[in-house]
Design a protein around this ligand. Structure first.
Ligand code: ADP
Ligand code: MG
Length: 694
């Protein structure tokens, strides 16, 4: 243990002091803030400069180190200005070194008669073998070849490999590379010691199988990945425990009003809903805040679970807040909650940015005085003027759309009147991610999954249709609407320009309205005022509008069971989870539903693969799994807003075994050897608390 502590406390000077501001700025761009970060800055690849290759053996295609005397060096002007130099080494052949950009100094270094050592890839030019822009130096006297492979580091403009190599070599020599982890743990995982692993990765011996370095499967690489994953898991668990150490109101299961609500529902909860509800209610009865994420595919019925959790809270005399990321979704939650709870004598208040002044004032007063037991709203709920009488539960829908600060703000609102006790938090997400990924990314939360759909849904038929057959699709939309059903028309995502996207939506709306004079065609987009959006959605819900043209704002949560047809334009531009979310808007009623994915031919192979996945699968978790395989976890999750940085070394698509091991080790270390855990965290995170989350 003392050795571990030494590792944390050692380090001569942990900062980067002594370097110029220009250099530290550039290092900062690479994420290097302290000396130890240099140790952790691992090579992208390696050059083999350990053997001199006779020029006669320098074959096109490979990268080699050669040495020869300059026989000739000339500036040529055809086809364009360039420096062409020839070297010979007595092996019988000459090699051309070609420089398309060069300095006067280089011309001097390459003067005939000088002995040159050059490294580069060989290709076939019209004078025979040549190197374009090789790295070279003049050899004076004895100059041994490198003993290990030469690392090539990720870098940034203005920071050369030589500088980086020098800085890293010095850091490797200066820093104490003491072990942070117990021998027994390393042995059981078959991982090498830390010092040996980093030294090997920075300066591999020439006889190493380069493929294991490149593919990052070498035990040294696995050690670094494990350490990184362990640091991530430890940090997330520490934050989880810290939050858990806070007090929370103990909300006991009473149940009269829960039973009344269940009795009034036109359906029975599924087994999955019952299971997660039991988990939530159990958490609510604990004296520390719940931190639970409720995952469930689109349409799996998360809202009713949230409502029942709110009732559980209210039965104990506390208030519940329900927050959604968009006006449309928040408004819909408001109606649902009011419909379910007001008959039980529970007052539900509505709060959004678009509210009239007087209405807002009234909502605020009801929330402050506790007349409203539930407040439903958007970001407006975070604002300072919103004061709860006694908030016991915060429900956050589509949690990944909210930032850390917002979640924190809501928690603090609960803490104030409750003498520091924090409200319970229930977060919901319809963005399914594979279980394994969830274990990593949500290591700071408890996760419940609704893995079953309510009965009686007719599966949505998905059709892939080329843009050329747009007219047929338009006809089909008309038929559905005339037959009394409703449809969505989703306009393409235009990432480059929001303005263009808006214009496309306006044009499509105008065109469809013109095509269907007998139908009412509505339009909803992100730039509309909240009240306008609400009006359109209400009209669509009431059936007054038959066809709704929309941008992707309807992606989350909208629930209109009579809508049974959806057309998505330029489906090839959208992400799989987005398409899945959009498609989830139909198939909510009894009518047979369809989703038409219009695409622009020709499709790239990747786009083809992705559309195939959405065409073949309806289960969100399966789609997410395939998406993960196609794109890798980084792109799938994006950098999580909550502050978890992407992993640098580990790749969750391949290193799941290490992730499992890291999870397990984190639990054990935090329980049995907190000092070891701390030492490891300090090494990997230093002063930066990059895994800090709320
Ligand atoms: P999501 O999980 O996507 O938020 P919702 O909570 O909006 O899904 O539920 C989708 C629809 O299913 C709603 O109309 C809801 O009333 C209905 N629903 C929820 N649970 C059940 C159930 N057990 N049986 C039948 N319908 C249900
Ligand atoms: Mg929902």
């Amino acid at each position: 243990m003392s050795r571990v502590r030494a590792a944390a406390d050692a380090g001569v000077d942990p900062s980067l002091s002594g370097l110029s501001k220009a250099v530290t700025d550039k290092l900062g761009k690479l994420g290097i803030a302290r000396k130890f970060d240099l140790v952790l800055h691992l090579p992208l690849r390696y050059d083999d400069e350990t053997v001199l290759c006779p020029i006669a053996d320098a074959m096109p295609g490979g990268e080699v180190l050669v040495q020869g005397t300059v026989t000739d060096c000339d500036i040529k002007y055809r086809p364009k200005r360039q420096l062409v130099c020839r070297i010979a080494d007595g092996s019988g052949e000459e090699l051309t070194l070609r420089f398309l950009n060069f300095y006067g100094n280089q011309v001097k270094l390459l003067a005939p008669g000088n002995l040159i050592r050059a490294f580069g890839s060989v290709r076939l030019g019209h004078l025979g073998a040549e190197m374009v822009h090789p790295r070279f130096r003049v050899v004076n006297g004895e100059m041994p070849v490198a003993q290990s492979l030469t690392p090539v580091y990720p870098t940034t403009a203005g920071l050369g490999q030589d500088t980086l190599r020098r800085l890293i070599a010095r850091a490797l020599a200066d820093e104490a590379l003491a072990e942070t982890l117990p021998q027994a743990l390393l042995q059981s995982l078959g991982l090498p010691a830390f010092a040996a692993a980093v030294k090997l990765l920075h300066n591999p011996p020439p006889d190493i199988a380069q493929a294991t370095l490149q593919g990052r499967s070498h035990p040294a690489w696995r050690r670094m990945k494990f350490d990184e994953l362990l640091a991530q898991q430890l940090s997330m668990r520490v934050h989880y425990q810290r939050r858990r150490a806070a007090g929370a109101p103990v909300l006991r299961a009473r149940g009269d009003r829960i039973r009344a609500l269940l009795a009034r529902l036109p359906f029975q909860l599924t087994a999955a809903q019952n299971r997660v509800l039991a988990q939530v209610r159990d958490d609510l009865g604990q004296p520390h805040p719940m931190q639970r994420l409720l995952q469930g595919d689109v349409g799996s019925g998360k809202t009713i679970v949230a409502a029942l959790a709110a009732v559980h809270c209210i039965e104990n005399g506390y208030q519940a807040a329900v927050m959604a990321p968009t006006e449309i979704l928040a408004e819909q939650h408001y109606h649902k909650f009011a419909e379910w709870l007001e008959p039980l004598g529970i007052r539900v208040a509505w709060l959004s940015g678009g509210l009239k002044k007087t209405d807002k004032k009234q909502s605020l007063a009801e929330i402050a005085q506790g007349e409203a037991a539930v407040a439903v709203g958007t970001h407006a709920l975070f604002e300072d003027e919103v004061v709860f009488k006694n908030l016991g539960l915060a429900i956050i829908d589509e949690q990944h759309r909210f930032g850390v600060h917002q979640r924190l703000a809501l928690r603090m609102k609960g803490a104030k009147p409750n003498k520091g006790a924090q409200p319970h938090q229930l977060m919901m997400s319809a963005t399914p991610i594979p279980r394994t990924l969830a274990m990593s990314y949500y290591a700071d939360l408890d996760v419940s999954v609704i893995d079953e759909m309510p009965p009686g849904r007719t599966p949505v038929v998905t059709k892939l249709v080329s843009e050329e057959r747009r007219d047929e699709v338009i006809q089909r939309v008309r038929d559905a609407c005339v037959a009394g059903r409703q449809a969505y028309w989703v306009c393409p995502l235009i990432e480059e320009s929001e303005k263009l996207q808006l214009q496309t939506a306006l044009d499509t709306h105008a065109h469809l309205q013109e095509t269907f004079p007998e139908l009412r065609v509505g339009l909803v987009h992100g730039r509309m005022k909240a009240a306008e959006k609400q009006d359109v959605m209400a009209a669509f819900k009431a059936g007054d509008v038959q066809l709704l043209v929309a941008t992707t704002v309807i992606e989350v949560g909208v629930d209109v069971p009579n809508a049974s047809l959806m057309v998505i334009e330029h489906a090839e531009r959208m992400g799989l989870s987005q398409l899945h979310q959009l498609r989830g808007r139909v198939g909510r009623g009894a009518a047979e539903s369809a989703c038409v994915l219009l695409y622009q031919a020709p499709l790239s192979p990747m786009a083809k693969e992705r559309l195939k996945v959405i065409y073949e699968h309806t289960d969100g978790f399966e789609i997410a799994r395939q998406d993960l395989q196609l794109r890798g976890p980084g792109e799938l999750l994006g950098a999580r807003q909550s502050g978890v940085p992407m992993l640098r070394f580990a790749d969750l698509a391949v290193d799941l075994d290490l992730l499992d091991a890291a999870r397990e080790a984190a639990e054990v270390l935090l329980r049995d050897a907190p000092e070891v855990a701390k030492g490891h965290l300090v090494r990997w995170l230093g002063g930066r608390n990059e895994y800090l989350k709320v």
